[in-house]
Design a protein around this ligand. Structure first.
Ligand SMILES: [Zn+2]
Length: 512
């Protein structure tokens, strides 16, 4: 059997978790105001193409997975799929879906992985951006934020803020399509730099100041850009030009992370410029409410994002057909079979393709629960070879299929094998042994014929295509030809595994 495979060289380097928890980060670094585009749009939103409400818009992402200089601390493959699954769920009601364009781009660069300022992040993006896609950089520390969006470059996202229950990615994508925070203007408090104390029990000023520097449509380095923003009234009579300019997002002045109450509003009461008291809506993804409150975009926000795509970013809409969904057939193992002993420096893995899957997350761990991974990689084949394992150890492995558009998939069952010394004449058995016939009926006799050398002991396992052992036999006397009486078998494909001190061999047979 000829294989094309990927050889994974293992870097055994300890990975110490040094990144902060998400509560050490600001929820978002954006201080983008209402862009010129949004101001124009909000005056006459009905004039803009948005596509039919029921038309799903497919948007390409380039995923940049960033680690340290020596390649430690990448965002795990499974975490990436989970985060993409959440991102698409957050946009489900907006009929917008995100797909991966090309392969995930792995970048080993400590200075990018932990960067101090959004300007450092801009440099990372300018050096790596792929045109005509939404570029998303998953790093350990994006300037002490959970995320930010630079209108002229891309999105930075903290690994610790991209858990399956987090909505930071959706929030930053909202910014990328020109949505401001509902509390727009309050990012630096009533001043632009948090220098002025404000007591929410007192009426808010009519206008607050905001520092837009670095969040304009182009990167402007030589000017501090500070502007005034009208404060939205609780009764929303000025909603068309105050705050975020949307009238179906309620007044909100809360620019620190906040926990919602049972009815998804803020515990903190605020006072508008006319003295009216109100609480904030915690369900908005664009607010700073905790992730367990945030769940939605409003109708006006959705309309603006769709209009922004058609009007300002039509280059993102180049491919509006989805990849076919992945079948729910279970992954079945070809090699190694359950409990097989494999060489620690070259263990070979192969499994049956899952319909419509183009890639697999491959995980290998010495721990039953996969809580620590020795191998975490993405392959576009259904096989790979791995070296660098410890000798005489039990390992567990599993794969998770996905394609460019389908991420909410499950892992395969957990499989196991052991490492140990296998004869170096691995190829001898493979080349010199004949297993026949390949086409046979149930209850037929399978013959195994040896060449010049005959193993003293031979283990014969016959496995069904879904990995179940259907026949097991051990031969102890050295003979040139052995006969295996197969049990009653259903029609289908089976794999005959031979194992001996002279090597191993796998042959495919068909019962018809
Ligand atoms: Zn934000």
């Amino acid at each position: 059997m000829k294989y094309s495979y990927t050889l994974v060289i293992l870097l055994v380097l300890p990975y110490f978790l040094v990144a902060q928890s998400k509560h050490d980060f600001r929820p978002c670094g954006n201080t983008e105001g209402r862009s010129d585009w949004l101001r124009t749009y909000q005056k006459q939103p009905h004039l803009y193409e948005k596509g039919a409400d029921s038309t799903i818009l497919y948007i390409p992402l380039t995923i940049h997975n960033v680690a340290t200089d020596v390649g430690t601390g990448y965002f795990k493959g499974r975490a990436l799929l989970d985060a993409l699954c959440t991102l698409n769920a957050d946009f489900e009601a907006s009929n917008m879906r995100f797909f991966i364009e090309g392969d995930v781009n792995h970048i080993a660069n400590t200075a990018y992985n932990i960067h101090e300022t959004v300007l450092d992040g801009a440099a990372m993006m300018f050096a790596n951006n792929v045109p005509n896609t939404l570029n998303c950089y998953i790093v350990s520390d994006p300037a002490s934020n959970c995320g930010y969006n630079l209108p002229y470059a891309g999105i930075a996202l903290a690994k610790n803020c991209a858990n399956p229950s987090d909505h930071t990615w959706a929030h930053e994508v909202g910014h990328a399509f020109k949505l401001p925070h509902p509390f727009l203007g309050w990012e630096g408090g009533v001043s632009h730099d948090d220098s002025v104390e404000h007591d929410y029990n007192n009426p808010a000023p009519e206008k607050v100041l905001l520092n837009y520097t670095y969040f304009k449509d182009t990167l402007i380095l030589d000017t501090l850009i500070i502007d005034t923003v009208w404060v939205e009234l609780a009764e929303r009579s000025n909603c068309h030009f105050a705050g975020d300019g949307f009238c179906d997002t309620e007044a909100d002045y809360l620019s620190s992370r906040w926990q919602c109450t049972g009815d998804a509003t803020s515990a903190v009461q605020q006072t508008d410029p006319k003295g009216e008291r109100f609480t904030s809506d915690g369900t908005l993804i664009m607010s700073y409410s905790n992730d367990n409150c945030a769940a939605r975009f409003t109708n006006e926000q959705t309309a603006a994002m769709r209009a922004n795509l058609f009007d300002e970013k039509p280059e993102l809409l180049y491919n509006q057909s989805s990849a076919p969904p992945i079948g729910d057939e279970p992954v079945t193992v070809i090699s190694p079979f359950e409990g097989e002993i494999t060489p620690p420096d070259a263990s070979y893995f192969e499994w049956n393709a899952v319909p419509n899957a183009t890639h697999y997350v491959f995980e290998l761990s010495p721990i039953l629960t996969f809580s620590a991974l020795q191998i975490d990689t993405i392959v576009s084949t259904t096989s790979l070879e791995i070296g660098g394992l410890l000798n005489e150890r039990r390992y567990y492995w599993r794969v998770r299929p996905f394609n460019s558009h389908t991420f909410c998939t499950d892992f395969s069952a957990r499989f196991s094998f052991e490492t140990g010394t296998v004869s170096s004449t691995h190829d001898w058995l493979d080349e010199q042994v004949r297993i026949y016939p390949n086409l046979l009926h149930s209850n037929d006799i399978l013959s195994i014929e040896f060449g010049e050398r005959v193993p003293e002991n031979l283990l014969v396992n016959v496995l069904s295509i879904d990995g179940k052992l259907v026949h097991h036999q051990t031969f102890t006397a050295a003979r040139n030809e052995l006969q295996v009486a197969l049990p009653s078998l259903a029609k289908g494909v089976y794999y005959v595994h031979l194992e001996s001190a002279l090597g191993a061999k796998v042959e495919r047979i068909v019962v018809y």
